[in-house]
Design a protein around this ligand. Structure first.
Ligand code: GLA
Length: 346
């Protein structure tokens, strides 16, 4: 059991480590408040690093698809990089064609957070960042603290606490890229379960249109666990829009029992099972369809070599009045928590 600062890099990025006595250990860096490595024991007890990433903390400063970072202010795509709040029009940074993806040109993944090891919370690192009014076009000064904890019962818990000095929109997530085989070859053999039969429909630019669709008994249905690759080659316009894979937002049942996982992924190779618990209304399934193996990662990350299960609110909610609101009112406290819980396949 420990929480410690393990290094400070040339450019001032700090690396922290948190672990429990069962061999689960996370390394977290202040650049993007991101997970750097995550070791989980496999069925033989050997530690496996299940995250994509670079060798060094500085590596993330180059081109990278938000590897394991905290995403904000707003995860996923805001259509036309614009929205209106309280009658006022806001123009955001465009960084995905005409749209705003994952917070804009310099989202939270590109910010240096201030770290703290709270003495009253074991195996925890807290990372704070104050986003100035108008950053990337978003209103209000937003103060955020992200907390990572490894618990004795093998959970990596991520919580987000935020407050803004003016009405704003806020929808954070963590963009961890997992491969539970640990070899980063492919995730298509991973078994996946998602406790939702509804996705938000997105257009050819992956902008959520406001419609939802029931996907029971379609290739998008994971309510009955199946290998990720099982139906991925079935021709469908949704796959065409998402570069031949899964990149969809699943809507979770509001009245679900929050003590049950909303999703799990399982590698039969290592036996590592990862369950996801969250209080968020949605979860994005992304199978690394934009990766092509050209980034200098510590293990080559090719097309569909990784899996993201990003808990979030409804994408593009600031432009879709029928979606639950992502408005954070002035002075109101935002809190959200997600846990990735690890076990070995029985
Ligand atoms: C998210 C999106 C994808 C893609 C990646 C980053 O998960 O859903 O469409 O933009 O981020 O490459």
């Amino acid at each position: 059991m420990s929480a410690e600062k393990i290094s400070v890099g040339k450019t001032g990025i700090e690396t922290y480590s948190i672990s429990n006595d069962n061999g689960i250990k996370a390394e977290i860096i202040t650049y993007g408040a991101r997970l750097h490595r995550l070791f989980v024991p496999d069925k033989k007890g050997n530690p496996v690093d299940i995250l994509a990433g670079f060798d060094t903390a500085e590596g993330y400063k180059g081109e990278n698809p938000y590897f394991n970072a905290v995403i904000g202010r707003v995860a996923n795509r805001i259509g036309n990089a614009e929205f209106t709040l309280n009658g006022k029009y806001y123009k955001l940074a465009e960084n995905d064609g005409k749209n705003c993806l994952h917070g804009g040109k310099e989202g939270f993944d590109r910010k240096i957070f201030t770290a703290n090891l709270p003495c009253n919370k074991p195996n925890t690192v807290e990372l704070s960042y104050v986003s100035p009014d108008g950053e990337e076009g978003f209103p209000g000064k937003l103060s955020l603290t992200v907390s990572y904890t490894i618990t004795d019962d093998n959970a990596l818990k991520i919580s987000y606490k935020a407050v803004s000095d003016a009405d704003t929109v806020f929808n954070p997530t963590n963009h961890a890229y997992f491969n539970l085989d640990g070899d980063f070859m492919s995730v298509l053999d991973h078994e996946l379960f998602i406790d939702s039969d509804t996705i938000t429909v997105s257009d050819e630019n992956l902008i959520c249109t406001g419609e939802t669709v029931n996907v029971k008994n379609t290739p998008f249905d994971f309510t009955v666990p199946k290998p990720i690759g099982k139906d991925i080659k079935i021709p469908h316009v949704y796959f065409d829009n998402a570069r031949g894979g899964y990149d969809f937002n699943y809507v979770l049942d509001k009245s679900r029992n929050k003590k049950l996982p909303v999703a799990y992924a399982l590698s039969h190779k290592t036996g590592i099972k990862m369950e996801v618990y969250t209080d968020c209304p949605c979860i994005q399934l992304y199978t690394g369809n934009f990766l092509d193996g050209t980034l200098p990662c510590r293990r080559s990350c090719g097309y569909q070599s990784t899996l993201c299960l990003e808990t979030q609110s409804f994408p593009n909610a600031c432009n879709v009045s029928s979606f639950p609101s992502t408005v954070l009112k002035k002075g109101e406290e935002f809190f959200s928590e997600t846990a990735y819980v690890f076990s070995i396949e029985k």
